[in-house]
Design a binder for this molecule. Sequence first.
Ligand code: UT7
Length: 330
Amino acid sequence: MKPIQAAITGVQGYVPEYVLSNAELEKMVDTTDEWITSRTGIKERRLLKGEGLGASYMGIQAAKGLLEKTQTDAKEIDMLICATATPDMVFPATANLIAQGIGCTADCLSYDIMAACSGFLFALTTASKFIETGVFKKIIVVGTDKMSSIIDYTDRQTCVIFGDGAGAVLLEANTEGNGLIDHILRSDGAGSEFLYMKAGGSRYPASTQTVANKEHYVTQHGSVVFKHAVKNMADTSYELVQRNGLSADEIAYLVPHQANLRIIDATAERLGLNPNKVLINIQRYGNTTNGTIPLCLWDFESQFKKGDNLVLAAFGGGFTWGAAYLKWAY
Ligand code: UT7
């Protein structure tokens, strides 16, 4: 019997309508379009506006669209994992809200994974294990973040980078040799002091003091994170490609987390890839944290052919990072 692999059989994204351009940011903080473009590659990002709308709202839009597109009944979904750094609430899990929002039954196991910007990659590989063992047949993996809810729009170091968005993929069993082939995932809490949101958890619960100190916003030591991201994303992708005996020619596309164009370029260079094999949409959405990889798959889906070798790579707070090698299934 051929081994079961977990294959992506559909992908859908959702980005909010509101566009925050570099020109608009120039009016908000001491920055320029030239600085943002040359240092990050970002031209604009989307922001979710509207009272009471959180990460689940975007996740529901993406997952609903995915069901329609793949002609799947919500009742067939065995599991839904949501990767997010900006859950609607600390609990219940945002995955529970998304599963309910798209009409899944209580038989659908749903929970969140938090691994900052690497969350989608971690969730995808976790979900794959449930497919590979034959436990579940159809799983939705959602990556969704409303980064605008935790960004200080007076802090030029972070507000120019992040945006809101969501993406969702359907995973199903494949016995043709397509699907997730291999992955390397890593995490190191030593990085926790360089990228974090200090308050609002159990260590520093929300108080007037934490609000006054702006501790409910992202704090990032950009250049430290940058150095680790460049090294670790490139090293891990290279290690994965090497151990699977993949030459640069055999890689169809690199699907990187979109945090900074310079980090993406470093990984592509390490793998010896031509620029046309590197999928980039950071200029339109910025860093949507858990949304980046599924949004990239969604934007470039029409280019993929069955059997294409894709390398997915991410780096994020924690630190967390990793790479996954999969063969496209349709
Ligand atoms: O996705 C999860 C993980 N996150 C990442 O991977 C992000 C990693 N980090 C980065 O992408 C980059 O470090 C940033 C884009 C955040 C910053 O770029 P950088 O090239 O590392 O800049 P820097 O922090 O070293 O700052 C260089 C200069 C500083 O000015 P001085 O001290 O040289 O006078 C900053 O104050 O750029 C200044 N600066 C800005 N200038 C204009 C910082 N932000 C801005 C800005 N506009 N928005």
